[in-house]
Ligand binder design. Structure first.
Ligand SMILES: Nc1ncnc2c1ncn2[C@@H]1O[C@H](COP(=O)(O)OP(=O)(O)OP(=O)(O)O)[C@@H](O)[C@H]1O
Length: 239
């Protein structure tokens, strides 16, 4: 049955598209009429005041929430129309770094990073080399056997990034990934995101940190979107 098939891929081009999308938690209308697209291989920052709805917008983009108005298309599929399995398959192509990281505290860093493999029915032991390379790439090879409560804020964020990319997603969405870490660590994380973008990944980062956005200028050609009063505008050179 067609509905049970894996979603058709547009080649390697996973586009997230908002078409007049709006969202309301309680009928008062937090987000209204948002129209934009996140093109394959693009890098965007999403900024705006606290409570403007940045996390909510990210949730629409990875299918955690469905718009209460308009549509969000994930790889051309309307998030309101796809069933649970279809949505799960689409979401495997999007790696998410959550604001609070959300680890399983009694598992090691290595096992936390490997969790998406296990959930997808793959054997982490068979992918040990890939896992080790990834932990090395984010600078956590020597923390692989620690548990999340033993990590610093910057280490937690890098572990969360490793977990978000273990399935080799097309898109990486990060919600305030540098919220609780120092400047040096923020720049290190930014460099990792820039490197992923150079590999062709689409990156969407919500951040309050305008200094981080400025620091990204030599690294990536990023679009900066500002969310305020429920609408999106493109921020310009003032940053
Ligand atoms: N599950 C929910 N139920 C009801 N209201 C919610 C829910 N989640 C968020 N909100 C409200 O929606 C508004 C936007 O929240 P959201 O977390 O999307 O904003 P944000 O821009 O990411 O904020 P911050 O920068 O402080 O993280 C806030 O007023 C928040 O209280």
């Amino acid at each position: 049955m067609a509905g049970a098939q894996a979603p058709e891929r547009n080649g390697d081009h996973f586009v997230i598209e908002l078409q007049g999308a709006g969202y309301s938690y309680d009928g008062t209308g937090l987000l209204s009429d948002l129209t934009t697209a996140f093109a394959p291989g693009s890098f965007q920052f999403l900024t705006g005041p606290s409570g403007a709805g940045k996390s909510t917008l990210l949730k629409l983009c990875y299918g955690e929430l469905k718009p209460t108005k308009g549509a969000v298309l994930l790889d051309g599929r309307d998030s309101r129309q796809v069933g649970r399995d279809g949505l799960a398959r689409l979401r495997r192509r999007i790696g998410v770094v959550h604001q609070d990281c959300q680890f399983v505290d009694h598992l090691t860093v290595r096992d936390n990073v490997a969790l998406p493999l296990t959930v997808a029915g793959r054997d982490p032991a068979a992918e040990a080399t890939n896992l080790d390379q990834l932990l090395g790439w984010v600078g956590l090879a020597n923390r692989a056997n620690a548990t999340p409560p033993q990590l610093s804020g910057g280490e937690r964020q890098r572990a969360a990034l490793a977990r978000a990319i273990i399935m080799d997603p097309d898109v990486i969405i990060a919600d305030e990934p540098t919220g609780n870490i120092d400047w040096e660590m923020s720049q290190r994380l930014l460099a990792l995101l820039a490197e992923l973008n150079k590999l062709g990944k689409t990156i969407l980062v919500a951040t309050h940190d305008l200094a981080l956005i400025r620091a990204a200028k030599p690294l990536v050609a990023a679009r900066v979107l500002r969310l305020a009063g429920g609408t999106l505008t493109t921020a310009g050179a003032e940053l």
